[in-house]
Design a protein around this ligand. Structure first.
Ligand code: URA
Length: 198
């Protein structure tokens, strides 16, 4: 993992100096964890603290872990894009934006390599961006959430098939009660799969 992270940092720091866009690396159990959680991209707190899913997103993660009876250290947590995508308003206010096509194209091969290194028992994607980085741009979270699928991951000459469980992105359900219920039901299905795989 260390060599992979060093290689990735070397490459991306040629594009974005670390002081400008710190790279937020994946963290946690990197050897065959029960779950590899893949988010979209770091937000402000993640970028400041240099860790994925802290701040507001970390609160969502706590709920996720509680339902699954897992600790943060038991799983591997990462993002598709490992720098914070930002936009600047006319007044100079910096805010998050979704990763653009160029960022996704640059980071996705690294994510594939990361998955093949980690060899998770189950990949859990949060939202459309993470789902599409694995299943292609036509995949839709509304059709695939809450069910186990299989995904084949390729990088250079390596290839392996993994169990995939897509979830809605917690940020997308904050203002939508109906989706909150769906998300909770999906989490229960994931729990059942993790503890009673068939
Ligand atoms: N924080 C992250 O690290 N990833 C997300 O997808 C959202 C918030």
């Amino acid at each position: 993992m260390q060599a992979f992270n060093a290689k990735m940092c070397r490459f991306f720091q040629t594009l974005w100096p670390a002081e400008e866009k710190p790279i937020v690396l994946g963290e946690g159990q990197s050897d065959h964890p029960p779950v590899m959680l893949i988010g979209e991209a770091p937000g402000e707190q993640e970028s400041l603290q240099g860790r994925p899913f802290v701040g507001k997103a970390g609160k969502n993660l706590d709920g996720f872990l509680e339902v699954l009876s897992l600790n943060r250290e038991d799983i591997y947590i990462t993002n598709v894009v490992k720098i914070r995508p930002t936009k600047v308003s006319e007044k100079g206010r910096v805010s998050n934006r979704p990763p653009n096509r160029e960022e996704l194209a640059l980071f996705t091969p690294y994510l594939m390599e990361e998955i093949l290194l980690v060899q998770p028992q189950m990949i859990v994607t949060l939202g459309n961006v993470a789902l599409r980085s694995l299943c292609g741009t036509k995949a839709v979270i509304g059709d695939m959430h809450g069910q186990k699928a299989l995904v084949t991951v390729r990088h250079e000459k390596q290839e392996a098939t993994f169990a995939l469980f897509p979830l809605y992105h917690p940020a997308s359900i904050i203002y939508n009660r109906a989706l909150q219920e769906v998300y909770q039901a999906d989490l229960q299905s994931l729990r059942a799969l993790l503890y009673d795989p068939r």
